[in-house]
Design a protein around this ligand. Sequence first.
Ligand code: PLP
Ligand code: COI
Length: 358
Amino acid sequence: PALAIEPHPARVSDADRADRIADPGFGRIFTDHMASAVWNTEQGWHDARITPRVPLQIDPATSVLHYAQEIFEGMKAYRTADGAMALFRPQENARRFNASARRMAMPEIPEALFLEAVRQVVATDADWFPGVPGGALYIRPFMFSSDVRLGVRPASEYRFLVIVSPVGNYFRGDPTAIKLWVSRNYVRAAPGGTGEAKCGGNYAGSLVAQAEAIERGCDQVVYLDAIERKWVEELGGMNLFFVMDDGTLVTPPLGGTILPGITRDSLITIARDEGLTVREERYGIDQWRADAASGRLVESFACGTAAVVTPVGEVRDGDSVFTIGSGGPGQLTQRLRQRLVDIQYGRAPDRHNWVESI
Ligand code: PLP
Ligand code: COI
């Protein structure tokens, strides 16, 4: 279903655009257009279109501003070796978006509409692709309740939008390995909560812990389970993997409190394709520290759309610190990262049909 396109009266000039994408950072600049659609109880999804990217006008009583009924996705358009652009497993983002919608009592969106909105807005703003190393168009589909009403109940109107941000590296200064802060004061998600949904509230609740991490000189928070405060779950915006000295990979199992990362799933597949053993099993913070000290654990890395695959160099837990391996990027981490980006950039065979050119 093609979306209606509203012509843009005044796109950013070529010179201005070139200037903005020269050093994009992450999520700081945005393209000219957006996709949008509306859902209400009478008409379902309707009014899908590509329009100039403009500020939204919303009433102060709009329900999302009060009760945070909001979900989002994060995905990237990559430049492939043949000069075209491609999405990576976009259908998985559409599915996860609808899983988040169900958890937040929001209407599901037809996958075809989600995917077409993404493809069309990216195609429309293709000239915003940043030429920097690791550059991509970061795509942010999201949906929020737009009822003007303070009653606490599912809304009768929702808005779906897709905006696009030219991005470089997620971590400022492109660190070779990141430092993690173990959150002892705050948990991210509890069983039965919203941990496996990609809803804005999960991120709002993580900011105070992230501020603590920054204060202690770390880049990201590592969260422990809410019940025993013992099992390593994930980071504020990334999943985690552990590499053992026998080449085995361990990653925490999905169980409702962890975001089912598409990068996580892809890396499990890539590793198994290579003949590596991957175990989805619980791994304790004390075990992590002990294994890092004894050398049984040799590498750890974070992964996600924004972070790709990022080595973990150090873990700070209160006043104690432990180092992973040499504190820098590990060999297997680098190899898996390379395998993944080679597929994303169309440089390696796409055995699982993950890459969809635009
Ligand atoms: N965990 C959290 C909390 C995230 O925000 C993200 C990023 O989307 C991920 C994990 C990784 O998910 P994905 O690989 O699908 O980007
Ligand atoms: C993503 O990787 O897409 C995320 O949503 C993570 C966020 C920290 C930007």
